[in-house]
Design a protein around this ligand. Sequence first.
Ligand code: HEC
Length: 496
Amino acid sequence: MVRVLKLSAVMLWAAVALAASALCAAHTSAAHPVEGQEQKTAAATGGAAAAGAGTHGLTPQERRGKAIYLRGESPSGKEITALIGEVDVPASTLTCGGCHGARGEGKTEGGVTAGNLSWTNLLKSYGHTHPSGRKHGPFDEGLFARALVEGSDPAGNELAVAMPRFKMSAPDLADLIAYLKRIETDRDPGLTETGIKVGTLLPAQGALAETGAAMRDVLAAYFDDLNGKGGIYGRRVELAVAETGPDAAATAASVRLLVEDGQVFAIVGGMSAGADKELAALTQEVEIPFIGPATLLPQTGFQTNRYIFYLLPGMSEQARALFNFSAQRQPLARARVAIVYPEGGMTAAAAADIAELCKKSGCGELRQSTYTVPAVFKDKIFLAFPSVPADVTPAGEAELRALVEKYRFPMRHTAAQLSALAAAKVLVEGLQRGGRDVSREKLVTALEGLYEYETGATPRLTFGPNRRVGASGAYIVGIDPARKDFVAVGDWVKAN
Ligand code: HEC
């Protein structure tokens, strides 16, 4: 069944019109040209952005220790292993934080108590008497190392098998100790008993200023409404806004200021304004979650960045979905494939990505060239869209309308407003799942657990430790030249 789709703002907005023709008429020399044109999203405009860096937070050594404590990751690159019974496993599967609590507070599970690991507690002059009756004097660094490696406490008592025996390098051990000395006061910024401060990044000047204002209206209204309903575990959400700068460096500096001086807990929605690489690096460095920046270039390279969650697919994911779509229509080994794209960085990168995929999948013949006029391909052209109007459910639309009515702001740049709403909802879902005792770490883990989450304004979103784009794929849409309209040719096609 063919469904005709009307082009709407949603498509135009974040839409990447990467087009791929499938089969040529004669079927003898099948070609799969891929044509691309991109729509400008976040051209950075105006906006003051003083570079400035407070020195809140952890030292590099403490930060490395935290990675060991919470994730069993060794920043020094040496493997850390945990021996449980007779089995050696990577420490990433048995983390200190998992048993002793994300803040070292100690935890009892199944009748077994893994005690408080704050350094002050470990060094208490009178030592510990444990629920099991085990008694010992204070730890020091050497005794702590012995507990980890040999599994015995300062009095020489053997620790229960529930406590794994660890193997880690001396520098890793030093980092871990440095963090345990700090763990008690390591509170994520922006989080108090009664409030949670979040930031967003919006253009305030130039051509995109109005879009920025439209998104801001939604975010402010959404959080105010939420606060009226009691907030999140009694915490009120406070919104701080950073402006995009005239270039990527200025935008990144503006966000750094927001994070370090503004002390926000997480960043939500807004636009990446061409500073994708810089923002990805910053979130990684500061370890701050960033949920739903609107961009065509999600940074999903080799090294996964745990802190960014992109809602919609970018150029690369859409190009991959187009490729998969073509491959479904004709076996690649018999196909002659042409990747055709306009000159320019964004599409060139996506084209290179497809070429690589093509080689790996054993394409018959591969050609690449740049191209500008798609007209000759007419009904052989297929377009990829990150989202279609049908993604906006009646509930999603009603939610936006209710905010518009209650807060009396104009409904404009609807697609941008819906993307802001979606980002805010994903953040709040993550905060709720993170629990009363939420931390940045817990928020990230909660978001990585989202599966087919329905925002009402985007395709369903699924994240995971290695999946940073919630809707990773594209809608493939054909063109009906006679009716000058788009025609749906299939459902959602995955990028992988
Ligand atoms: C699988 C769960 C588990 C993991 C993972 C784990 N522990 Fe433990 N740990 C325990 C339990 C249970 C005890 C208590 C053992 C006992 O009472 O005999 C314990 C005891 C200890 C003790 C002794 C405390 C005392 O007062 O005697 C230290 C120190 C310790 N753990 C440090 C760590 C560190 C550091 C890590 C990470 C590198 C870690 N543990 C990972 C479960 C765990």
